[in-house]
Design a protein around this ligand. Structure first.
Ligand SMILES: Cc1ncc(COP(=O)(O)O)c(C=O)c1O
Length: 389
């Protein structure tokens, strides 16, 4: 009856069952997997946000595959503030970054063809790709302490075959928090040119760097030597995932770029999925960017600095993190990460993601969200430290 693209079990996993039982028994779980900013106690200017949705022009239905010009102008303005010149005619608005991925997979890959994805990285790729009939070939990010994560280019070359259509990079990556470096972009461009591949850059966490770094590549919206798609959206930039606005910026050699834009017009025109009120609200919402981002950056930096201090001398290691909303701990390997995570949940009421959730290639990692309030974060980390001993 159902398509083979859906290949997942509908059974809940062991973590979900333990959480359910805990909640039923009234336990208070300290949740270090919380990545939903609207539940993390930030101060949103509610009236301004909701007020911007009630604009009379939103009563007009103006179907436009790229999205309304006033919203695309606002997105171009966001890049201009960061020093990048983006032509609004190369922007396609989408309902989310996830939808942007699905458009790009439809644009670039036939059934059974593949795209390269970083490992470790964001687990939704598996679902986004499979639902489009696209295969994922991982390439590795390799960690050296304390320098941090870098792309393992040998693994990139090995992952490419005749069916590969694109390389995805996430900068900064979720959950490693590593930004792509200038030299890495150069090498990626050379590889893409040599194998006729597109570059897809997910920059949703691009505004959340913890410190300046000259070796870091800026946004790839200016990358024009190969066909390049940059994605971002309000779910992270404005911490408003419920408002559903993302986008794709297309760049590259002019002919290829223009053809890609026209083909994307066709795909987007088939769905026209972005609502008018959200598009009309986009210019006012983007003016709130600093106010919202500063709260998140302060929280994430505060939690990270504290984590750095308390883990010094402990029998675990905080990995280098340059930005984003997560930190990674490497735990002693006398238990697997699944055992660590289950023990923390069952015995300490602390929920954290084991590394395999993000496809860490070996044991034993625990990924912590940096978004929880300091008191929750500290209590949870203290319990982890006590358990590790
Ligand atoms: C790296 C990365 N890209 C994309 C997304 C999805 O964003 P959106 O809510 O815009 O679909 C997430 C969500 O956590 C993410 O971590």
């Amino acid at each position: 009856m159902f398509s083979k693209r859906f290949k997942w079990s509908l059974e809940s996993n062991r973590f979900a069952r333990v959480i359910e039982a805990k909640k039923k028994s009234g336990a208070r779980i300290l949740d270090l997997t919380e990545s939903n900013p609207t539940r993390a106690g930030f101060d949103y200017p509610v009236e301004e946000i909701l007020g911007a949705l009630a604009q009379t022009p939103a009563m007009l239905y103006e179907p436009a595959p790229r999205g309304l010009l006033l919203a695309r102008d606002a997105v171009a303005g966001y890049y201009a503030e960061r020093g990048f010149n983006v032509d609004p005619e190369r922007i396609h608005l989408t309902a989310s970054t996830s939808e942007a991925y699905s458009y790009l997979f439809k644009l670039l890959a036939d059934h059974g063809q593949s795209v390269l994805v970083p490992q470790p990285s964001y687990p939704l790729f598996e679902f986004l790709a499979a639902l489009e009939g696209v295969e994922l070939h991982p390439y590795e990010l390799s960690y050296a302490h304390p320098a941090g994560w870098r792309i393992d280019f040998d693994s990139v070359e090995k992952a490419i075959d005749a069916n590969t259509r694109a390389i995805i990079l996430v900068s900064p990556n979720n959950p490693t928090g590593s930004f792509v470096k200038l030299g890495e972009v150069e090498r990626l461009n050379a590889i893409c040119a040599r194998h006729n591949l597109a570059l897809i850059a997910d920059e949703v966490f691009g505004d959340y760097g913890f410190r300046d770094d000259e070796s870091r590549a800026g946004s790839l919206v200016s990358n024009n030597s190969v066909l390049t798609f940059v994605m971002s959206g309000f779910s992270k930039i404005l911490a408003l995932p419920q408002m559903k606005l993302g986008w794709i910026v297309t760049n590259g050699p002019a002919d290829l770029r223009d053809e890609a834009v026209e083909r994307l017009d066709f795909i987007a025109d088939t769905f026209l999925s972005v609502g008018a009120p959200v598009q009309h609200a986009a210019p006012s919402w983007l003016r709130l960017r600093r106010e919202l981002q500063n709260q998140i950056l302060d929280r994430a930096r505060g939690n990270l600095n504290w984590l750095g201090n308390v883990t010094e001398g402990a029998p675990l290691r905080l990995l280098n993190v340059e930005g984003g909303w997560c930190a990674t701990l490497e735990l002693p390997r006398y238990f697997t990460e699944e055992e660590w995570a289950l023990a923390l949940l069952e015995k300490d009421d602390v929920l954290a993601h084991p590394g395999y959730f993000y496809d860490f290639p070996r044991e034993a990692f625990l990924v912590l969200s940096l978004l929880p309030r300091a008191e929750i974060f500290r209590e949870a980390v203290n319990r982890i430290l006590a358990r590790v001993g």
